[in-house]
Structures are given as C-alpha cells and as structure tokens.
Design a protein around this ligand. Structure first.
Ligand code: HEC
Ligand code: HEC
Ligand code: HEC
Ligand code: HEC
Ligand code: HEC
Ligand code: HEC
Length: 504
C-alpha cells in the first residue's frame, strides 16, 4: 500500500525558531552598525570587526541552525518511514508550529535588543585608546608606553593612524581583521614593521591640527651632555633651531619647514625598507624649476620601474616619531644626570649606566634583575668606600635606570632605539643628513646645503652645565667638538662614531 504524502511546515521545530531569531538579530545588528559606520566621524579598523566579523557570524550561526533543523526533521521523518513533503508555509492549524511561533517571536525580540545593545557597546569600546594600546597588550606595548609619554598623549591613536574620510575606510577594515588574526595566531612580526606603509599622508592627519603654513620661528634647544670619564664631565650646547615656516603676513617661506609649504615640493626614492638611504631627490621649487639630486656612489633607481616608489616628502619623513619615541640610553642618561635624577657624584655613572642599559637582555625580568644589582656590584668592587657614604645615591640611580629601561626598551617585542630610527636630527640617526650630506648633487655638481648654520645656530657651548658661565652669541659660534677629533666631524657623519654601540 502506498502511504499518502503528508504536507508539513519546516517551522515546527524549535531549532528553526532559534536559528531564525539569531538570523534576524544578526541582520538587524549589521544594518544598525553599518549606519553608524557611515555616519560617524571617527574611524577605527577594530570597530569594523564587530560589523564585518561578529554580525555576519551571528547571521551564519542562525542560518546554520535552520539548516540543521531541516536535516533533523527530514531524517526523523525518514526513520519513521513517513513520506513528508516539507515546505515553508505558515500553518496556524499545527500546534507544534504555533508553539514555535511564540518561541521565535519572543526570542527574536529578546535577541534583537540584546545583540544590538552589546554590539554598539563593543563599538564604543574599540574606539578608545585603551582598546588600541592595551587589548593587544604585548603587541602594542612599546607604542602604547611611548605614546603615553609623548606630547600627543591625549590625541587618540585613530587620529593619526586612520584619520577622517571614507577612502581609507575599506582598507582599514580589512587591515583590522588581518591584524586580529595575526594577534590570535601569534604570527605578528617582532618588532612590528615600520614604516607603516598604509599610514595616511600627513595632509589628512597631522595637518588637521597643525596648520601647515604656521610660522614657528626659531626655537632654543638646550642640551647638556655628560662624558664617559670618571667625573662624568658635562658639556653644554645650545642651539637656535630655525624651524621657520610660512609667514602669511609677509608671504615669506623660510627655515626647516620650508620643504613642504607653499608651492615647494620635495620627492625622493628610498633604497631601503626603512627609508634611511636616499639615492635620488627631486625638488620642484617655488619658481617651478625641477632640480634632481643624485648620489654619485649609488645605483640610481629606474623611474619607469613600477616597483620604484617616489615618495612625497611630508611631516612624517622628519617627524616619524611624534608619539612613539624610543630614547637612546645616552640621551636618557644625559637627561637624568642634568635633572639630578641620577647623581653626578657617582664615578663613571654615565659610562656604567650606559653599559647596563645597552646590554642585550632576553626579557624584561632579566633586565630588571641586572639593573637592580649591576651598580652595587660595580661600586662594591671598584669603590668599596663609596658604599657607606653613597648607598642611597646608588640605589636611586639603579631605580632610575630601571625606569628608563621600562619606558624605552621592550625586549619581548625586540623594540628599542636600535630598531626605531628617529629622523628629526642627524646625531642619533642620519635624519637630515640622508639628503643634506654634501654628497648628493645635481648634474652640474651643486649639492644640498650641509653647512652647520643652515638649520641651526650654536649660540652657546662649553664644558659646563651652567649656561651662565658660557659666552653666548646670537649669530652663532663655529662648532667645537667636545672631544678633540681634529676636523673629523666635518668629514664624517656624526653617526659614523656616535652609533648604537656608544648608546646613540
Ligand atoms: C601623533 C600621531 C600618532 C598617534 C597619536 C599615535 N601614533 Fe602610532 N605612529 C605614528 C607614526 C607617525 C608612526 C610611524 C611612522 C613611520 O615611520 O612609518 C607610528 C607607528 C606606529 C606603529 C608601528 C610601529 C612603530 O613603532 O613604528 C604602531 C604599532 C603604532 N604606531 C600604534 C599606535 C597606538 C596603539 C597608538 C595609541 C596608543 C598610536 N600609535 C598613536 C603616529 C601616531
Ligand atoms: C588631534 C590633534 C593633533 C594631531 C592629529 C597631531 N597633533 Fe601634533 N600636537 C598636538 C598637540 C595638542 C600638541 C601639543 C602642543 C603643545 O604642547 O604645545 C602637539 C605637539 C606636536 C609637536 C611638538 C612636540 C614637542 O616636542 O613639543 C610636533 C612636532 C607635532 N605635534 C607633530 C605632529 C605630527 C607630525 C603629526 C602627524 C603625525 C601630529 N602632530 C598630529 C595635536 C595634534
Ligand atoms: C625637514 C624636516 C621637517 C618637516 C618636513 C616637518 N618638520 Fe616640523 N619640525 C622639524 C624640526 C627639525 C623641528 C624642531 C624640532 C624640535 O622640536 O627641536 C620641527 C618642529 C615642529 C613643531 C614644534 C614647533 C615648536 O614650537 O616646538 C611642530 C608642531 C611641527 N614641527 C609640525 C610639523 C608638521 C605638522 C609638519 C608637516 C606639515 C612638519 N612639522 C614638517 C622638522 C620638520
Ligand atoms: C629627502 C631629502 C631631504 C631631507 C631628508 C631633508 N631635506 Fe632639507 N632640503 C632638501 C632639499 C632638496 C633642499 C633644497 C636645496 C637646498 O636648499 O640646498 C632642502 C633645503 C633645506 C633648507 C633650506 C631652506 C631654505 O630656506 O632655502 C633647510 C633649512 C633644510 N632643508 C633643513 C632640513 C632639516 C633640518 C632636515 C632634517 C630634519 C632636512 N632638511 C631633511 C632635501 C631634504
Ligand atoms: C640640514 C639641517 C642641519 C644641518 C646642515 C646640520 N644640522 Fe645639526 N641638527 C639639525 C637638527 C634638526 C637637529 C635636532 C634639533 C633638535 O633636537 O631639536 C640638530 C642637532 C644638532 C646637535 C645636537 C645633537 C643632539 O641631538 O643632542 C648638534 C651638536 C648639531 N646639530 C651640530 C651640527 C653640526 C656641527 C653641523 C655641521 C657639521 C650640523 N649640526 C649641521 C639640523 C642640521
Ligand atoms: C671620528 C669620530 C667622531 C665623529 C665623526 C663625531 N664624534 Fe662626537 N664624539 C666622539 C668621541 C670619541 C666623543 C667622546 C665620547 C665620550 O666622552 O664618551 C664624542 C663626544 C661628543 C659629544 C659629547 C657627548 C657624548 O655623547 O659623549 C657630543 C655632543 C658630540 N660628540 C657631538 C658630535 C656631533 C654633533 C658630530 C657630527 C657633527 C660628532 N660628534 C661627530 C667622536 C666623534
């Protein structure tokens, strides 16, 4: 005997009600978040994880549960030997359907409200500085710590890293998702790669706050250095740095900020990943002339090669560490000595402190242990009398070394000054001397200005910390190198001697 075919709706299984409710709640969340994404000003790649990963995940789970309910219903009908034709009709006469309808409606109402609530909360959370810097604690720790000690400590990460506007939007979304997976799978590089290739051009980030035509004039920079001798002998240099800029009242462009204001345009090609070697520079000046400078000793990149990137010189090419500055140990020690946080009475403290900070450590714990005991061991050995009279000073110096280390060295991420060039000078890294080295020249042999007075004037210098003892001159002195090295400082780059071995 042929059994008659039963017609039955698929909506009578509880799983289909649960799946359906999840599907709708995920869909509603997606629509709401998409609307917020398009209308809110602030941008954040991580935020889109909620929109493009979590919401679709809820939708998929809902749909999956619904498919599962179909499979279960078909299978159990087969088991019982029934001939059923399933459909998606509304069947109020079926009590099982009616029961699930209430389950479906109740669950949907509950899920839509709670999922949207928690989704928008997650949104707010991912927008915060804490999320960027602390959620991925290990990965971002070096950048987060240095950021909190920078002049931009109150500028949210996203202001510089993403900036306003829609064009970087999709890119940032994909990046955020990729970074999340790299963090979860522990596959990120140590240190994190830099320069950041998807950083927005400065016009769209920095220049929202710093008016590019702003005129800064000259800035007095006061530096006190200490030598590596027993007395930690001081040496002071005061520089009048000609920052300059554009002067809207006089229309005059001058100084260091001359490169990228008005109609001036500087472009360059870098030979290395970190943009430290620059064999080709093109200047288009205010009169519209194009001048190309090249390095006679280097291979000149082929402009037609699609791999070759001509970069527009902007704020970030000098200010590449506006908020993540990893101080070299020599610089940090000079500061600590000049502010009295480390006592100058301790013999060889500049030299010994440098060695301790500059040593390679496997991790933070090992470094802290060495920094705690290192000075005591040294003075016990070399200056045992000092232990009685200067114990508190040695203790204070050890504590300060530990703080300097914590703020600037991140062995777990292999991140410190050695890996993070600072282009704003020419002393620690080549910085300005990447171009202003007297080597790069035009076809007719003109070089880019490298005279010491181009960028700053040395208004006072000498072997003291007390500026009152020094003669000063606003038109600038010729440089005196603190150690007698003849004219070597004129013939070589400062970084050829002042390298990471000597703590710079
Ligand atoms: C004032 C602007 C600014 C702010 C604010 C800022 N950054 Fe950066 N950040 C930069 C610049 C500029 C670079 C590197 C430029 C280069 O060399 O490519 C950078 C680089 C990075 C890098 C790559 C590693 C490195 O050291 O070069 C990470 C990671 C990073 N920032 C994370 C953060 C986090 C997290 C925050 C917030 C806690 C933040 N940034 C805030 C400007 C900023
Ligand atoms: C959201 C606004 C904002 C953005 C975006 C921003 N800055 Fe700043 N910047 C500030 C503020 C505020 C200060 C502190 C001013 C002060 O201390 O007088 C500052 C200070 C500075 C200083 C002086 C630092 C010092 O040592 O005194 C430099 C240089 C600088 N910014 C460069 C940059 C660069 C380069 C960028 C882009 C990567 C940038 N800023 C992006 C707001 C911003
Ligand atoms: C050619 C390199 C170079 C470029 C390009 C450059 N700067 Fe500077 N900028 C400097 C130097 C050098 C200083 C002085 C450094 C110091 O604080 O001692 C400085 C100082 C500053 C200051 C601090 C002024 C003060 O009074 O302390 C700000 C703000 C600043 N720059 C913003 C910018 C912005 C924004 C851009 C891009 C529009 C930019 N800079 C491009 C080299 C540059
Ligand atoms: C990418 C190459 C490049 C880098 C890096 C660079 N400059 Fe320049 N700079 C130039 C060129 C090209 C000129 C124009 C030629 C000249 O003046 O000799 C110039 C001109 C100048 C001038 C003269 C402006 C005037 O009034 O005529 C100053 C000052 C200056 N740069 C300062 C700096 C400082 C400070 C730095 C580092 C923080 C720096 N530059 C980094 C390429 C560069
Ligand atoms: C292209 C511009 C430029 C030229 C040329 C230049 N400097 Fe500098 N110099 C700078 C800048 C920018 C700084 C960083 C100022 C700051 O930290 O605010 C600097 C810093 C210094 C410092 C302080 C170093 C530190 O960071 O503690 C000394 C000393 C110095 N210069 C000496 C010289 C001497 C000597 C010459 C000539 C051989 C020279 N400079 C040529 C731009 C230049
Ligand atoms: C031929 C190698 C050599 C060159 C090139 C050189 N220096 Fe030095 N410099 C030294 C030595 C050696 C000392 C002494 C170090 C000590 O006492 O620990 C020194 C010390 C200094 C000091 C005293 C603080 C310190 O760190 O010890 C300053 C400041 C300084 N140099 C600036 C410069 C500048 C700026 C340039 C580039 C214009 C430069 N030097 C180029 C070898 C060099």
């Amino acid at each position: 005997m042929v059994k008659s075919v039963i017609r039955r709706t698929l909506f009578r299984h509880p799983l289909s009600a649960i799946g359906g409710a999840l599907f709708l709640a995920g869909g509603a969340l997606f629509v709401v978040l998409l609307m917020i994404e398009f209308t809110s000003g602030a941008e954040n790649p991580y935020r889109s994880l909620v929109t493009f990963v979590i919401a679709p995940f809820i939708i998929t789970v809902g749909f999956g549960l619904f498919l599962l309910s179909i499979w279960m219903q078909v299978r159990s009908a087969r088991r019982r030997g029934e001939r059923v034709s399933f459909n998606l009709t509304i069947d109020p006469s079926d009590p099982a359907y009616m029961k699930n309808l209430w389950l479906f409606l109740g669950l949907t109402a509950f899920l839509v409200v709670s999922v949207i609530y928690s989704g928008t909360k997650a949104y707010e959370a991912t927008d915060s500085v804490a999320f960027c810097g602390e959620t991925c604690h290990e990965v971002m720790e070096p950048q987060s710590v240095t950021y909190h000690n920078s002049p931009h400590a109150r500028v949210p990460c996203v202001e510089c890293h993403i900036g306003p506007g829609a064009s970087f939007w999709v890119k940032a979304k994909f990046d955020g998702v990729r970074q999340l997976f790299a963090t979860a799978l522990n596959s990120f590089s140590r240190p994190i790669e830099t320069p950041v290739h998807n950083l927005r051009p400065a016009q769209e980030t920095c220049e929202h706050c710093h008016w590019p035509q702003q005129f800064y004039g000259d800035k007095l920079v006061e530096r006190t250095y200490y030598r590596t001798d027993e007395e930690n002998s001081p040496w002071t240099i005061n520089l009048l740095v000609k920052i300059g800029g554009g002067n809207p009242r006089t229309g005059h462009l001058e100084g260091i900020h001359w490169h990228m204001i008005g109609t001036n345009k500087v472009e360059y090609i870098a030979a290395d990943e970190k943009r430290q070697e620059i064999p080709w520079i093109r200047l288009i000046n205010a009169s519209g002339d194009t001048i190309v400078y090249t390095d006679p000793d280097a291979e000149i990149p082929d402009l037609n090669d699609p791999e070759v990137v001509v970069r527009n010189f902007d704020c970030m090419d000098c200010h590449n560490r506006p908020s993540h500055l990893f101080q070299p140990p020599a610089v940090a020690l000079n500061q600590a000595l000049s502010t009295g946080r480390i006592s100058k009475e301790l013999p060889y403290i500049r030299s010994k402190g440098l060695d301790l900070l500059n040593a390679e450590y496997a991790d933070r714990t090992e470094a802290m242990a060495s920094l705690s005991t290192g000075l005591f061991e040294y003075y016990q050995e070399e200056y045992p009398d000092l232990m009685a009279t200067h114990q508190d000073k040695i203790e204070g110096a050890s504590e300060r070394l530990k703080t300097i280390y914590q703020l600037n060295f991140f062995p777990e991420m292999k991140t410190d000054y050695r890996d993070r060039e600072n282009n704003l000078s020419h002393f620690v890294n080549d910085g300005c001397f990447r171009c202003h080295d007297g080597v790069k020249q035009t076809e007719t042999g003109e070089t880019i200005s490298s005279d010491c007075k181009t960028c700053h004037l040395i208004v006072a210098q000498g072997p003291t910390e007390d500026i009152g003892e020094l003669e000063s001159k606003l038109t600038g002195f010729d440089f005196i190198h603190p150690e007698d090295i003849d004219e070597m400082w004129q013939e070589m780059k400062c970084t050829e001697c002042h390298d990471s071995e000597s703590g710079y």
